[in-house]
Design a protein around this ligand. Structure first.
Ligand SMILES: Nc1ncnc2c1ncn2[C@@H]1O[C@H](COP(=O)(O)OP(=O)(O)O)[C@@H](O)[C@H]1O
Ligand SMILES: [Mg+2]
Length: 234
């Protein structure tokens, strides 16, 4: 579904991604793992059109999206949940979800809200509260629900585990799995937390200093002790 090919991105002289190639199959979860500074956030920001590549391409079902503005990319069905959650803390839970549904490619606001509350019942009971009053786990649920309210085909999730307790994280990950099965969602899951990501992903890519050093089935990478030790600090 998504094909990244020879993608090079630089900030001035500093190369953040160096000829990165990877594919994300439809209806699956692909994890992108790597240490701090590996280029993970740069990759998702480039896919969503916020950063321009210097070379290479990003294709969605064969269509080159690498020169499109972020709003065009969003309208093609790619939703980006940024690092650090990206909810508007000045707004209520429901107002955040309404904003998310504005980018929707179908279905009304009411439907998007109902789907969000079905997915994360905690959000329903907190719907009138300010997003600032939520716990870290609830904020991440809201950020994901807000991304899903746009009814994307592809969800880009940048480090959802940051600052979350293991149990909340497991809960969120199992919801993701069911969305892939039930709604045909495709997920690109960026994670420094390799253990949780490998347990939920179908495939995984390991980035190190802007280069792809491994791309395989997640279960296979999870069993590769040398690789985990060298690049992911196990
Ligand atoms: N806006 C920026 N300006 C300059 N350098 C940046 C910027 N964003 C990221 N970088 C650099 O690019 C590299 C990759 O960063 P990033 O994509 O944030 O990695 P990760 O998400 O894996 O931690 C790092 O060396 C980082 O310092
Ligand atoms: Mg990052």
């Amino acid at each position: 579904m998504l094909d990244v090919s020879d993608l090079t991105v630089a900030y001035g002289q500093a190369v953040a991604l160096d000829q990165v190639s990877l594919t994300v199959p439809e209806r699956s979860i692909t994890a992108v793992l790597g240490a701090n500074g590996a280029g993970k956030t740069t990759l998702v920001r480039t896919i969503s059109g916020l950063v321009r590549g210097r070379g290479g391409s990003v294709r969605l079902d064969g269509l080159d999206i690498s020169r499109l503005a972020p709003e065009r990319v969003a309208r093609l069905g790619i939703a980006h949940v940024p690092e650090g959650h990206g909810v508007v803390t000045e707004l209520s839970v429901e107002e955040n979800l309404r904003l998310g549904s504005m980018a929707s490619r179908g279905g009304g606001v009411r439907q998007a809200l109902e789907e969000s509350y079905e997915l994360f019942p905690r959000l329903r009971s907190r719907r009138r509260l300010s997003a600032a009053s939520l716990s870290g786990g609830e904020r991440q649920m809201l950020a994901i629900a807000r991304g899903l309210a746009a009814h994307p085909r592809l969800l880009l999730l940048d480090e959802p585990s940051l600052g979350l307790a293991g149990q909340v994280l497991q809960q969120i990950m199992s919801k993701l799995r069911s969305l892939v099965a039930d709604r045909g969602l495709t997920v690109l899951l960026i994670e420094q937390n390799a253990r949780s990501a490998l347990s939920v992903a179908d495939d995984a890519v390991v980035l190190a200093l802007g280069q792809v050093v491994a791309h395989d089935r997640a279960a296979k990478l999870a069993a590769d002790r040398d690789l985990l030790g060298t690049y992911l600090g196990f």
